[in-house]
Ligand binder design. Structure first.
Ligand code: GDP
Ligand code: MG
Length: 350
């Protein structure tokens, strides 16, 4: 159908305002290489040191969510990841008393410092998930929480008087705990990951891997990978967001071999060969959480903290938040959204 030029102009302006959601970030034009050594040192490489100094001064935010049935070791695992009591374990675990009737969302903030770098860590726990007789739609409050954090960020961004640094409460990473049944994923697992993988970076883990034999573990991992693929569920790191061949090679290995990480958590220390280690004592010896011959905790730790933390934050901002933002602006005819304050649900230890 023919459209008037005014319409076309509006459409062109709109398409500038509202980018297509879930597109790969634009790849910059390849610059022509110039050998700067010819006339002496310029100092371009000092940018790394400048960035390091800034990060040392400001620190950085990292928000991690844990989801899965009670008793799968979620709190223990985040405490193991950050080597501190960042998540409260339910003391004297008692199903009737402790499990809430509906899914609750509890965010607790901490500051962890290492080598002079401050991480403002928020652990978001979701007690009650998967614990009811009828667990239908129990992913909904979790999706709502995630979107509320995008909304908060968006409102700060469109403010005329913007804060210098917008507080970032967006969920950068969601660890989804799969029960070590050895059978297959439950409908609840599939439902959750299907709905949420579009809005947040999901990393599936097999909980309490010490309760399975090596063969069971290998077989279960393969089955879970297959089921996720058959159901079209994309977990983090998503294939479509690999930026180059190096990313692809590194991430393919993680997607095809490591996922879902079969982990063991513990906050108890033991003495093994004269060294203090975190482990779980069994009649057959101590299971060392950081020993790759015992479980894949160290692989998960390296992946989430040592190699992909910055990327988790970037994918959250460039893909998930961008999709939310584009949809909100689109729904509002390209204008910034006007909404009632979202509820505060933040407890802080900062
Ligand atoms: P949450 O309800 O998912 O947060 O689970 P908790 O972290 O509170 O742990 C529940 C129980 O499981 C506690 O008794 C833990 O000591 C135990 N537990 C935690 N992680 C593991 C694990 O990797 N293997 C085994 N066998 N038990 C674990
Ligand atoms: Mg817990």
């Amino acid at each position: 159908m023919f459209k008037g030029s005014a319409d076309n102009k509006i459409e062109a302006a709109m398409s500038e305002l509202v980018p297509e959601p879930r597109q790969k970030p634009a790849v910059p034009m390849k610059p022509v290489g110039i050998n700067s050594n010819l006339l002496g040192y310029i100092g371009i490489d000092t940018i790394i040191e400048q960035m390091r100094k800034k990060t040392m001064k400001t620190g950085f935010d990292f928000n991690i969510m844990v989801v899965g049935q009670s008793g799968l070791g979620k709190s223990t695992l985040v405490n193991t990841l950050f080597k501190s009591q960042v998540s409260r374990k339910s003391s004297g675990w008692n199903r009737e008393e402790k499990i809430p009737k509906t899914v609750e969302i509890k965010a607790i903030g901490h500051v962890i410092e290492e080598g002079g770098v401050k991480m403002k860590l928020t652990v978001i726990d979701t007690p009650g998930f998967g614990d009811q007789i009828n667990n239908e739609n129990c992913w909904e409050p979790i999706e709502k929480y995630i979107n509320e954090q995008y909304e908060k960020f968006l409102k700060e961004e469109v403010n005329i008087a913007r804060k210098k640094r917008i507080p970032d409460t967006r969920v950068h990473c969601c660890l989804y705990f799969i029960s070590p049944t050895g059978h297959s994923l439950r409908p609840l697992d599939l439902e959750f990951m299907k709905h949420l993988s579009k809005v947040v970076n999901i990393i599936p883990v097999i909980a309490k891997a010490d309760t399975m034999t090596l063969e069971e573990k290998t077989e279960f991992k393969q089955r879970v990978r297959k089921e996720l693929e058959v159901n079209g569920i994309e977990f983090y790191p998503q294939k479509e967001f690999d930026e180059d061949l190096e990313d692809k090679t590194e991430n393919d290995k993680i997607r095809q071999e490591s996922m879902p990480f079969a982990v063991v958590g513990s906050d108890k220390e033991y003495q093994v060969n004269g060294k203090r280690i975190l482990g779980r004592k069994t009649p057959w010896g101590v299971i060392e959480v950081e020993n790759l011959n015992h479980c894949e905790f160290a692989l998960l730790r390296d992946f989430v903290i040592r190699t992909h933390l910055q990327d988790l934050k970037e994918v959250t901002h460039n893909i998930h938040y961008e999709t939310y933002r584009a949809k909100r602006l689109n729904d509002n005819g390209g204008l910034p959204p006007v909404t009632a304050e979202t509820e505060e649900n933040h407890e802080s230890n900062l």
